[in-house]
Design a protein around this ligand. Structure first.
Ligand code: 13P
Ligand code: SF4
Length: 380
């Protein structure tokens, strides 16, 4: 039996309870040219001691300084290969920086340029809610036949909980392999916190919708009966991404009418009807690959965060056309918090021997979260 689950807040969780920290005055109101020059100079002076990772949703002015770009899966794997760097500057959101700290070597420090860069989906599963859920699944007699799986978009506390109970972590890049691994071991999966990624992946693997239930953490026993749980193969946590739920099947009808022959590709965090109406789906890295490798003359409507879509459109033009599925454009406001001003402050701080915004996961969470992440990395 796992030891009692302690909902200990780590540094990032504690910091995220506060308002966004102000940047020092000296880093406000700088011109783009000055920031570019100073970031470049600090980066060069730091050399191999620092590595900058950039998620695909980062702004252009930040991501252009990244040594590695990628989706959550690729960046997690990269971290395991970077022993030379003392500092990993993660331009992304805090669950990514936490995962980096868990996977980093003992001499490495992980930095998140703005500690207020969180993920609203990750916040949709609180440690006490998960503890209650698991206790209720035990009471209902289904916990023993259930594998807990969390999307990497979750806090270290949730990852630790899952790891301690034999479960694992998935990204949008390996979700199918993770579900297969889990069903090889247990009859059911408790999938946290994104119901859409869980439902879309299970459905693609042939699980009918009537074998999936949604666990509502605000209802006693998730709002479910024992019979509903007994019949379920997927227990989906009631969480979502506020960026990706804005895409609709109607938008797909509209782009198909406007651009005959268009290919529609979406991130699997979109709702089920959107996934069904699209031609293809996958992680941010997968989306980039599909469009880059597509035939000249093709047109693509992309359903994911707007910075990725804009950059991709510029990269493949004029050979191929890329538009956003949502004409207004879906912005991840937390990813956007990492600004070039923050990056400059971090890098010049390192040059002066000061580490700002270090993310550290406490050892008691690290142990089981690391086991869960290692399981993830071993499932391809
Ligand atoms: P990827 O792992 O596909 O990059 O997705 C991360 C994410 O947060 C999507 O919203
Ligand atoms: Fe979180 Fe959605 Fe932003 Fe991805 S796009 S980091 S899931 S809020």
């Amino acid at each position: 039996m796992p030891a009692t689950f302690l909902p200990i807040l780590n540094e990032v969780e504690k910091q995220s309870l506060h308002e966004r920290q102000p940047l020092p005055e000296a880093y406000l109101g700088l011109s783009d040219e000055e920031m570019e020059l100073r970031i470049g100079a600090a980066r060069a002076a730091l050399g191999d001691r620092v590595v900058i990772l950039g998620h695909h949703y980062q702004r252009d002015e930040v991501v252009k300084f990244a040594d590695y770009t990628g989706d959550s899966w690729k960046l997690s794997r990269e971290i395991a290969k970077l022993p030379a760097a003392d500092f990993i500057v993660f331009c992304g959101v805090h669950f990514m920086a936490e995962s980096a700290d868990i996977l980093a070597l003992p001499h490495q420090q992980v930095i998140l340029p703005d500690l207020a860069a969180g993920c609203s989906m990750a916040d949709m599963v609180a440690p006490d809610q998960l503890e209650t859920c698991w206790a209720e699944l035990e009471q209902m007699g289904v916990a023993l036949s259930t594998m807990p799986v969390t999307y990497i978009n979750s806090s270290a506390t949730i990852k630790s909980f899952v790891g301690e109970r034999g479960g694992t972590i998935c990204t949008s890049g390996n979700a199918e392999a993770t579900l297969r691994w889990s069903w090889d071991r247990k009859e059911k999966i408790l999938f946290l916190p994104d119901q859409h990624l869980g439902r879309n992946t299970a459905w693609k693997m042939g699980v009918p919708l009537d074998r999936m239930v949604v666990w509502d953490p605000f209802e006693p026993f998730g709002g479910l009966t024992t019979q509903e749980l007994d019949n379920a193969r997927m227990i989906l946590w009631k969480g979502h991404c506020s960026v990706h739920v804005r895409f609709t099947a109607k938008q797909i009808d509209m782009v198909r009418a406007q651009y005959p022959g268009v290919r529609v590709i979406v991130h699997p965090e979109v709702p089920f009807d959107v996934l069904r109406a699209a031609d293809d789906s996958g992680s941010t890295e997968y989306i980039l690959k599909q469009v880059r490798e597509a035939a000249p003359g093709t047109t693509w409507a992309v359903g994911t965060e707007i910075h990725l879509v804009h950059r991709l459109a510029e990269e493949v033009a004029p050979e191929k056309t890329v538009i956003s599925l949502d004409q207004v454009g879906c912005l991840c406001s937390t990813m956007f918090r990492v600004s070039p001003n923050h990056l400059l402050w971090i890098l010049e701080g390192l040059l002066e021997g000061r580490v700002h915004n270090r993310v550290t996961v406490p050892d008691e969470q690290k142990k089981w979260a690391r086991i869960a992440l290692d399981r993830m990395l071993s499932i391809s």
